[in-house]
Write a protein that binds this ligand. Structure first.
Ligand code: SAM
Length: 268
């Protein structure tokens, strides 16, 4: 979905974000996986004071309430989404929608559980870094770990009449989301990992000696060593591709006002 007319910058940004986040609900697998994760955590949710960071439509906050949370603070900074969440969450007396940046939110009581889905296709390219700047700490964060994996493949197995070897050759240095469909891949290794305590901003990976001329990056999200979602299985996260142009690549993430900028280069 694209906005086709000229709008004042601020309104454009707000509606653009709304459309981006509305489209995540096309991925029913993602939502179902999150709801299943909450079911599996029901004994920790019952009686707990919960925060949902970035509640969107409020489905996760609603599930926490249904599972017996004592109170849920559903924090959403986009005013359009906060309005929708307010409507969806109105049946739950113990859910409060807070229209605010999660970094500015100061809860009036101790928080037992923080639930979030701030993962980008390259792990850090959306809003995960905001969790590094909270004014409160939660006993538990759900989910609490995610990994950006890479796999090396042979471009000849992927090219077709449109994305030819010549096209791929022109893409050196660029990370292209969804260039090819997801196929189950064997990981060559981790690029980097996030846990609730660990927010790396760079990663340098040496792939010397590994064969393949096309790189694919993909995301895996875990809680208590159980995989919750994965690129391909949840369509919200597309695989990201780039042609190989060396033996050592580097990622740098620069968190900014709106999301996080990704820098990628070949250092050898
Ligand atoms: C990927 S969506 C997830 C929505 C919801 N948690 C779910 O799983 O259905 C991320 C949401 O977080 C909101 N968001 C992003 N950064 C935020 C921040 N710093 N403070 C509050 N909300 C934020 C976005 O507007 C969006 O609604």
């Amino acid at each position: 979905m694209d906005i086709m007319n000229e709008l004042p910058d601020e309104q454009f940004a707000r509606i653009d974000d709304l459309l981006a986040f509305v489209s995540i609900y096309d991925d029913e697998q993602r939502t179902a996986a999150y709801l299943d994760m909450l079911e599996a955590e029901r004994e920790h949710i019952k009686g707990a004071v919960c925060v949902e960071a970035g509640c969107g439509f409020g489905l996760i906050a609603a599930k926490c309430a249904q599972l017996g949370a004592k109170r849920v603070y559903a924090v959403e900074m986009n005013p359009h989404l906060a309005m929708i969440a307010r409507r969806n969450l109105s049946p739950y007396a113990n859910v409060q929608v807070i229209e605010q940046d999660i970094r500015q939110f100061t809860p009036p009581e101790k928080i037992d559980l923080l639930v979030q889905e701030f993962f980008g296709q390259l792990l850090f390219d959306e809003d995960l870094y905001t969790l590094q700047n909270l004014s409160f700490s939660a006993e538990a964060v759900l989910p609490h770990r995610a990994v950006l994996e890479y796999a090396l493949v042979h471009a000849n197995d992927y090219v077709d009449d449109v994305v030819t070897p010549q096209v791929i050759d022109q893409l050196k240095g660029a990370l292209i989301s969804g260039l090819f469909e997801w196929q189950s891949l064997l990981s060559n290794g981790q690029v980097l990992q996030w846990t609730r305590e660990y927010f790396p901003k760079t990663a340098t990976v040496d792939i010397s000696g590994q064969s393949g001329d096309l790189l694919c990056f993909y995301l895996e999200i875990f809680h208590r060593d159980r995989m919750i979602c994965r690129t391909g299985e949840c369509s919200n996260w597309s695989p990201v591709w780039t042609p190989r142009a060396g033996d050592v690549f580097r990622f740098r993430f620069k968190p900014g006002k709106r999301g996080t900028a990704v820098y990628f280069d070949w250092v050898k």
